[in-house]
Ligand binder design. Sequence first.
Ligand SMILES: C[S@@+](CC[C@H](N)C(=O)[O-])C[C@H]1O[C@@H](n2cnc3c(N)ncnc32)[C@H](O)[C@@H]1O
Length: 245
Amino acid sequence: MSLDHKQEYIPFNDYEAFAQAYAKRTESNSYNAYYERPAMFSVLPDVKFKRVLDAGCAGGVYSEWLVNHSADVVAIDISNQMVQLTKQRLKNRGQVYQADLSKPLTFLKDNSFDIVLSSLTLHYLKDWEGVLKEFHRILLPGGLLLFSTHHPFMDFLFFEKDDYFATELLDDSWEGYGDTPVRVRFYRRPLSAMTSALTNAGFAIEQILEPRPTEECKQLYPQDYEKLSTKPWFLIIHAQKKSQS
Ligand SMILES: C[S@@+](CC[C@H](N)C(=O)[O-])C[C@H]1O[C@@H](n2cnc3c(N)ncnc32)[C@H](O)[C@@H]1O
């Protein structure tokens, strides 16, 4: 499916249908627990007493880790089910709100966060300009933005697209989250679109990581280990808010 720019943008809430299954599975699966999260944690600074926004918190695995490491956490997600699951997991140790990242985050103050962490969520947004401007606004000067997203090359290859440089909507079907496959839609964009959106919003890119699966992944999920060792599934970007945008 290709993106029709004339169509009004309506954010997807595909996770509402399989929130519980997703939250459970990603606690210990190969892609999240032994590939994405270890790589994110490898570049995350000490979060003790830091104010952190978990943007796209899903079932709250990151939020729980953050509060367990003494961070002051605000978690947001578009899915009400995910918000409820995160609230249950955190047991009042943090604030959890239902919010759409494609809209202004008016309930969050300027210069009020040390870190914005967003795991595997930004590819659900068509426009990165608005959300990155909001992340920039709420971060303190020098604040950190750490996010993971689908690797642009991998989506290009996997979906057999013709034009790497296009930003386009992809329609996928995932198995393993219940009796029937679930529908998930997200956007693919070239690396240059990601980096220019960050620069335009006032961020300096510190590091771009192409994660590798961990040794535990090799022991527990040898087939996925082989795949993730040879194909770049996710990309991680570590950026800093410049004082002036
Ligand atoms: C792949 S999951 C995130 C994984 C999660 N960070 C983790 O590993 O614990 C993507 C999440 O983004 C949320 N999401 C998608 N579009 C969103 C939007 N426009 N605003 C806020 N959350 C959104 C989904 O509801 C889902 O919970």
